[in-house]
Design a protein around this ligand. Sequence first.
Ligand SMILES: Nc1ncnc2c1ncn2[C@@H]1O[C@H](COP(=O)(O)OP(=O)(O)OP(=O)(O)O)[C@@H](O)[C@H]1O
Length: 328
Amino acid sequence: MSTTNGLAVDTGHDLVIETTALRKEFRTRKGQTRVAVQGLDLAVPAGGVHGFLGPNGSGKTTTIRMLLGLARATSGTMRLFGRPVPDELPAVVGRVGAVVESPKFSPNLTGRQNLLLLSRSIGAPDTRVDEAVETVGLTGRDGDRFRSYSLGMKQRLAIAATLLKDPALLILDEPTNGLDPAGIREIRDTIRDLGERGVTVLLSSHILAEVQQVCTSATIIGNGRLLASGTVADLLAGGAAYRVDVAAPDAARRLLEAAGHPTSPGPDERSFLVETEEPAEVTRLLGEAGIWLEGLSAQRQDLESYFLELTAADTLGQTGQTSMGGAA
Ligand SMILES: Nc1ncnc2c1ncn2[C@@H]1O[C@H](COP(=O)(O)OP(=O)(O)OP(=O)(O)O)[C@@H](O)[C@H]1O
């Protein structure tokens, strides 16, 4: 856990981002209160890529803006590297890179010239520009004018700009929005690479596949509230299911249900699904009852179905601030 004495202690066990009971209310033009973030506890460990996943309008951008001091929290506390923010933001901001809104680059300058201007303005050595260009895969294209860049290249240049100060934490708000599949792949590779180099990345996204493919851990929010958090493996482990093929599925289901393994209908009449962490136990129980397996296969639960399950349950009975938006 982070220290509470105001001193940042960078051990591997520290939380790089921590929010407690974070709340943000907006006043609408009609004078009503819109709660964008309601009691959010966010805990992002050091190292790796952490997904910040939620449907459109679930409060991701608002949370990030509060963390960066761009919006004021209504209540709750926030810490970056163990330091309370926004009060002590100046002490940590040098270690935080963020791409939240489209950064401004000069269209007539090359990507490299743009980066050099930025690096000199923060007193970073010019060699940092070469490293950043290489990290985001723009080597060879950094001499082209910014205005000739594709959207994906512009986005990679934005990430390169944040790398100039060699951040320990990188916050990326929906970095693949508007990109084509090739652009998405390039950004994804860049992010994965950064995570492997030891940068802690907070990747906000409403695209499940993106988080599943790139992230080591994730927080899922809906309606500004925490729905689930943990390593991607742990988040998926809850739903371990196996497809069972047998000649007599009804008898087999009754038996497994009685032994505490929930079942559900399968894709055809000679199969069903069983939720269990112990497939060998399923084999044994059925074999002892003289029911012989014709097939037993793991059904990979993906983050998407888990996410949809969680957010669907979350919106049941609510007035419906949350909606699943399509991929942008
Ligand atoms: N300045 C504002 N004034 C009023 N309401 C706002 C303001 N900014 C955000 N909201 C509302 O707060 C809620 C959360 O919005 P936010 O942009 O944080 O969600 P998000 O998860 O980042 O969504 P997206 O994936 O679409 O970017 C939404 O209902 C949004 O309309």
